[in-house]
Design a protein around this ligand. Structure first.
Ligand code: ADE
Ligand code: ZN
Length: 368
């Protein structure tokens, strides 16, 4: 997906000359950072920044092969695609041992996101990664509850919900077990998701797990990462076999007119992520931001999200909206539409949604 160079010229005041040493137009930056928005796609585990990682490793008495934040960053920089990213992510999240670790990681994230206008967070977390290391589900949920309580008390108007993810590259039986074992905490969940590397036929693999989750009143979303093998078939699978309401990433919807029409017809929200793994070629940002703009222009309810802000260059949702805007020549109206889409596709009540849409209109009117 190419963005138009003509459009880039028309928007010159808002376009940075260099994406590496990116500098946003200061007025646009103020506008974007203050614009109310919902963060619908991020992984608790991927919010861990190098400094937070080192602090938790030290207090847990863990002897890590990283002597400072730069060395941790170097490990993060080794990621060049989804499998190599997940290998690093699973290694680094090994420092989490106690509920307090989860409380501190999430609180750090909530404060940072809030400073960029986020007023609603729907956070993925990967219980299996913590269970595999000997934590209990009770400890995981306690940590999440502590972080949420602290953030909602401290940060006005912020609300937080959780999406329990199953690992696509582990057996479906393990997912079903977690779903059942987590029953005492289902009231803390908005819904369930699927993450980790994209494996062959994953929608079919998790059909029963999703049917069971739905029968428990949980909402359904799933990753379809960008440009994975069999991506179009996987998109159809998560829609038709799993019955998702949202697709995480989902940018390849733009490549298939029939799929695009189906996504629009069903009102499926896409949680677009423009950020790159450290070693991806810089041109990839153009592809991702261009696809987000294309989907927006096609009338899809897409919004921008940060995915793994701590492990992908420390870029949070406001930072990413500014970079996507500059890269794909988005207008200020596009940014407002995406902020509205984030609330339209959030798992909140109709009343909360209307209030946020009105708050956005009020913000825009006051800003101009
Ligand atoms: N886990 C963390 N980030 C992910 C991503 N982008 N795709 C799949 N699983 C993930
Ligand atoms: Zn993700």
């Amino acid at each position: 997906m190419k963005f138009s160079s003509l459009l880039m010229c028309a928007l010159a005041p808002f376009v940075s000359s260099s994406m590496s040493g990116f500098e946003a137009d200061p007025e646009l930056e103020r506008f974007v950072m203050g614009l109310p928005k919902a963060e619908l796609h991020l992984h608790m585990e991927g919010t861990v920044e190098p400094e937070v990682f080192l602090e938790i490793a030290a207090r847990n008495g863990m002897d890590m092969p990283y002597k400072d934040a730069e060395a941790v960053k170097e490990r993060m920089r080794s990621a060049y695609d989804l499998p190599s990213f997940i290998e690093m992510y699973e290694e680094l999240i090994g420092v989490v041992r106690h509920p307090e670790d989860i409380r501190d990681i999430t609180l750090h994230y909530y404060r940072k996101a809030y400073s960029q206008g986020v007023r609603r967070v729907e956070m993925y977390f990967d219980p299996q990664l913590h269970l595999e290391r000997g934590m209990t589900l009770e400890e995981v949920f306690t940590g999440l509850a502590m972080g949420k309580a602290a953030a909602e008390a401290e940060l006005d108007d912020l609300t937080i919900g959780f999406i329990m993810a199953f690992l696509r590259d582990r057996p479906a039986e393990a997912a079903m077990q977690v779903l059942e074992d987590a029953k005492p905490w289902h009231s803390m969940l908005l819904g369930v998701g699927l993450d980790n590397p994209e494996v062959e036929d994953f929608p079919t693999k998790f059909k029963e797990v999703y049917a069971r989750a739905k029968s428990y009143g949980l909402r359904l979303t799933s990753h379809c990462d960008v440009q994975q093998k069999n991506t179009i078939a996987h998109h159809w699978g998560v829609i038709k076999v799993l019955g998702v309401e949202r697709i995480d990433h989902g940018l390849n919807v733009l490549d298939d007119p029939e799929l695009l029409a189906e996504v629009k017809k069903r009102g499926i929200g896409l949680t677009g992520v423009p950020s790159l793994f450290y070693r991806e070629m810089p041109g990839r940002m153009e592809y991702r931001a261009g696809a987000i703009k294309g989907l927006l222009d096609a009338g899809v309810e897409i919004s921008i999200h940060s995915d793994d802000p701590g492990m992908k260059r420390g870029l949070y949702v406001g930072d990413l909206m500014l970079r996507a805007q500059a890269t794909a020549g988005m207008t200020r109206e596009d940014l407002v539409t995406m902020a509205k889409n984030s609330f339209r596709t959030a798992w909140i009540t109709d009343e909360e949604c209307s209030n946020w849409l009105a708050a956005i209109d009020g913000y825009v009117a006051k800003f101009e």
